[in-house]
Write a protein that binds this ligand. Structure first.
Ligand code: Q6P
Ligand code: ZN
Length: 551
């Protein structure tokens, strides 16, 4: 069968043993094979699977696994297929929130091997990017310990492998799973060649795995100081705006300054709405935007590897949003964005403060940051909470709130509902180029004949990284997202002061807005007077559109 490999770790469980294991380890009852089957079925049903190349899976070798794990641990896991149920139970009990099935060693080798096959495919240029749907997940497992459903650290192994096999100098790992991948953090804490970013439900250390080192002040050690970024969520119910704020004001500026050669994503979808672990409120289509925003880094080399995600409705929806974006389809218009909530704003501020000594893009705090009160994705300095005062006060207030919340939760234990993400459409021709009649059309572009070329100049230069971070990531992008236009109009003149790479990033990033409806106007010759009149005419001409964004 075509997807034989894919199903290896789906069908391998035999029911009686599985039942026994669940009986002994009830916390693991959400990590079910259906997570993969429903995700795969959704990819087939939406036609997305057909548009992907299927990469065969292999088992990770001992050498691969030893890139991250100790020999003792590997040898111990190797014995698990031969253990009696009793021995398995005992073996499992030395770790937290994990179970060992007799077949899990085999599956874990396939899961790590799948991530490596994906890295190979991307690094050799066989594919531009991709996603590996695997079980068991990996980001909690440590050098010598299993943890949180994880046996081998798939993504950490993939990062080490990319460095070793392809001489990759800098790897960015983005962990959008709702749990902290402490295994990844420990692995690269003192390594400046791997930048690890994780946001996670934390609730002031009350949420699993309840580690002090999951907080924002764990920034990495020694040479790796500044290369570990933790964004703790101290409340549940975080929404799309909170996620986008953290991307715009923390992750993206730092990622651009870091300038990775490869992006790996610990793609857990327990950070989506409806998930019993995360209890967050972000809609599945937010993953289209998170993916899009990362696809402009590392020349588009991105490997996403499944981690968590336990709601069997929002998981497949989120997987589809991610894969469809990887395939290049424009992201859907994000609905109802406003600013981050107060708790997210506090986390944001703490993280930026902890990291400003390491990243020049975070040094200028001047105009960024606002006012949760005016509810904007744009942040300004005026109403920043001061962290020492707030932490204690907030903690106290939260304990009270928690009590109330418990009562409320018990009252409405109903299932959460959210609208299914609307069908995303992509025009068959992605880009049209309108050229003066005497200019030859480059390969890959469709020539549209027209007699008129309009012109618009609005953006003035920012060619250094921190200027870019401030102007584009901290200002334009949040502004664009919040305004939610139906068309983005970009203009470039020879004297704009923008170098090609900045221009390329700019156009790429802004295509996440307005469903990718982007109109770029480039001036070839020097500007003549009357440019603004053409702009006016153009805007008038498209007056039927409801909203505009002009950059
Ligand atoms: C959660 C363990 C927590 C009990 C508290 C890569 C994926 C994951 C695993 C979460 C383990 N139990 N309610 O692992 O991060 O989603
Ligand atoms: Zn998780």
């Amino acid at each position: 069968e075509k997807n034989n490999n894919f199903y290896h770790n789906v069908f391998a469980f035999s029911a009686p043993i599985l039942l026994c294991l669940y009986y002994f380890f009830p916390v693991c009852k959400i990590e079910v094979p259906e997570r993969l089957t429903v995700s795969h079925e959704a990819l087939i049903k939406t036609g997305l699977a057909d548009r992907c190349i299927s990469v065969p899976v292999r088992e990770a070798t001992d050498a691969d696994i030893l890139l991250v794990h100790s020999e003792e641990y590997l040898e111990a896991v190797k014995k698990t297929p031969y253990m009696t149920l009793e021995d398995l139970q005992e073996f499992t009990l030395q770790y937290g929130d994990v179970y060992f099935h007799p077949n899990i060693y085999h599956c874990a080798k396939l899961a790590a091997g799948a991530a490596l096959q994906l890295v190979d495919s991307v690094m050799t240029g066989k594919v531009r990017n991709g996603m590996a749907l695997v079980r068991p997940p990996g980001h909690h497992s440590m050098r010598s310990a299993a943890s949180g459903f994880c046996v081998f650290n798939n993504v950490a192994i993939a990062a080490q492998y990319a460095k070793q096999q392809y001489g990759v100098k800098r790897v960015l790992i983005v962990d959008w799973d709702v749990h902290h991948g402490q295994g990844v953090q420990y692995c690269f804490e003192d390594d400046p060649s791997v930048l690890y970013f994780s946001w996670h439900r934390y609730e002031h250390q009350k949420f699993w795995p309840q580690l002090k080192e999951s907080d924002y002040n764990s920034v990495g050690k020694e040479k790796g100081a500044g290369f570990n970024i933790n964004v703790p969520w101290n409340k549940v119910g975080m929404k799309n705006s909170d996620y986008l704020s953290v991307f715009c004001h923390i992750l993206l500026p730092v990622a651009y300054e870091f300038s990775p050669d490869l992006v790996l994503v610990c793609a857990g979808f327990d950070s989506a709405i409806g998930d019993p672990e995360g209890e967050m409120c972000a809609s599945p289509d937010i993953f289209a935007h998170l993916t899009h925003l990362l696809m402009n880094l590392a020349g588009g080399k991105l490997c996403a590897v499944l981690e968590g995600g336990y709601n069997l409705t929002s998981l497949p929806q989120s997987v589809c949003q991610t894969v469809q974006t990887l395939l290049g389809d424009p992201a859907p218009r994000p609905a109802n964005l406003d600013g981050p909530c107060e708790s997210a704003l506090e986390s944001l501020h703490c993280v930026r403060s902890a990291h400003r000594q390491y990243w020049s893009c975070l040094k200028h705090m001047t105009f960024i940051f606002t006012a949760s009160s005016n509810n904007s994705l744009l942040l300004s300095p005026a109403e920043l909470p001061t962290s020492d005062v707030t932490t204690k006060r907030i903690k106290l207030a939260e304990e009270e709130e928690d009590k109330l919340k418990k009562v409320e939760e018990e009252k409405n234990a109903e299932e959460e509902v959210w609208p299914e993400p609307p069908k995303r459409v992509a025009p068959a021709v992605r880009t049209a180029l309108v050229l003066p009649n005497d200019v030859a059309c480059p390969d890959g572009c469709k020539h549209v004949n027209t007699s008129q070329v309009c012109l618009l100049v609005l953006l003035q230069g920012c060619s250094d990284v921190s200027g870019f971070a401030q102007a584009v990531l901290g200002l334009l992008l949040p502004l664009g997202y919040e305004y939610d236009p139906s068309l983005v109009l970009l203009a470039r003149t020879p004297d704009s002061g923008l170098c090609d790479s900045v221009w390329q990033q700019l156009t790429g990033l802004l295509q996440g807005i307005a469903q990718g409806h982007t109109l770029v106007l480039m001036q070839v010759r020097r500007r003549r007077r009357g440019g603004s009149i053409s702009v006016y005419l153009l805007l008038h001409f498209w007056g039927g559109l409801d909203r505009w964004q002009v950059f």
